[in-house]
Design a protein around this ligand. Structure first.
Ligand code: UDP
Ligand code: MG
Length: 316
């Protein structure tokens, strides 16, 4: 008979062989300290190093570990989605594999959950050991995102959080392909509360989020929760038309009532290039939305599972 776990921990991992053992040890420590049945759901997002083998070893010696192996690298958000869909607990923790978010905050989160909150998200009070560039871009990005969207997306939070079974089910039911999970969790509502924590340095290894992935992530976040950028086109078009109209009047005045020669070439080129740039930018912006409509229509799965190794069925 399987014992129903009270807590699930979802851990997405991509090439994390340097830290994964430490992660497992610390999670096991914290979770056994809480003293209720739990499971660790590792999602291996197509790692090319030994991450999968190391986790498979945990499964062999520990019944509470499960490993979901993807057929290739699908990304951080698909990995978390898979973990959420496979989690069996009544409350689900989501945590990165790199120990930047300390699992030692779990008991505090669990306490809030027992008080009746459905979402307990970690709020970064401090960020250690991240480059100024990353900190500034993150700060600007979250402020910008908040101003762009109508959903209340708390600033300075990542995926590090506890969610109740109800919230997990609600998010799992949302069919979208470009999944910005922290936004979706915010969107579903329920009783949410923050817990402050200090964001640590990565325990080992390097970031798996190069600039390219960060940009995609940022666009996913904005486009999934707002179409304000599309309104930007109308706004800019309106402003430029207004300015051009004023300028036409000035030019006509100069032509008919003064003998100033109108300076030609440079100003025309400048105006043409400027408006062309804006038109292309707006086309690109629309392309972002169209591309996302396209992926939704294609309706491919968010990830493909190659195999699942369940500690329960092979452990002793
Ligand atoms: N990750 C993943 N798939 C990816 C990229 C990252 O599963 O394609 C995982 C990674 O193993 C880590 C988490 O997502 O557990 C966050 O990644 P990372 O720490 O590199 O991002 P950062 O904290 O630098 O933003
Ligand atoms: Mg990290």
């Amino acid at each position: 008979m399987k014992k129903q776990p009270v807590y699930s921990v979802v851990i997405p991992a991509y090439n994390e062989q340097e830290v994964i053992t430490e992660t497992y040890n610390r999670l096991t420590n914290v979770m056994s300290g809480i003293g209720e049945p739990y499971e660790l759901v590792f999602v291996n997002d197509g790692s090319r190093d030994l991450t999968a083998q190391i986790i498979a070893d945990f499964c062999r010696s520990d019944k509470s570990v499960r490993l979901i192996n993807f057929s290739r690298n699908f990304g951080h958000m698909p990995a978390i989605s898979a973990g959420m869909e496979h989690a069996r607990g009544e409350a689900i923790f989501i945590i990165d594999a790199d120990l930047q978010d300390p699992p030692e905050v779990f008991p505090q989160m669990a306490a809030k959950w027992k008080e009746g909150y459905h979402v307990v998200y970690g709020k970064r009070a401090k960020r250690k050991g991240e480059s100024i560039f990353k900190r500034v871009t993150a700060k600007v990005f979250y402020r910008f995102l908040r101003s762009m969207t109508t959903v209340d997306l708390p600033a300075d939070t990542g995926e590090f959080r506890l969610i109740d079974r109800k919230v997990c089910d609600a998010v799992n039911k949302m069919p979208e392909k470009n999944r910005y999970i922290r936004g979706m969790v915010g969107w579903v509502g329920f009783k949410q509360i923050a817990v402050d924590y200090v964001r640590e340095e990565r325990f080992a290894g390097v970031t798996k989020y190069p600039l390219r992935k960060m940009m995609k992530f940022a666009m996913d976040a904005i486009t999934s929760f707002s179409y304000k950028p599309l309104k930007l086109a109308t706004m800019i078009g309106f402003i430029i038309s207004l300015l051009s109209f004023v300028y036409i009047i000035i030019a006509m005045y100069q032509r008919f009532f003064t003998d100033q020669t109108v300076e030609g070439w440079a100003s025309i080129i400048a105006a043409v290039l400027f408006t062309q740039g804006i038109v292309l930018m707006i086309l690109g912006l629309m392309g972002e939305y169209i591309g996302r409509i396209y992926t939704e229509i294609q309706n491919r799965p968010n990830y493909i599972v190659q195999e699942i190794i369940d500690g329960e069925s092979i452990g002793e």
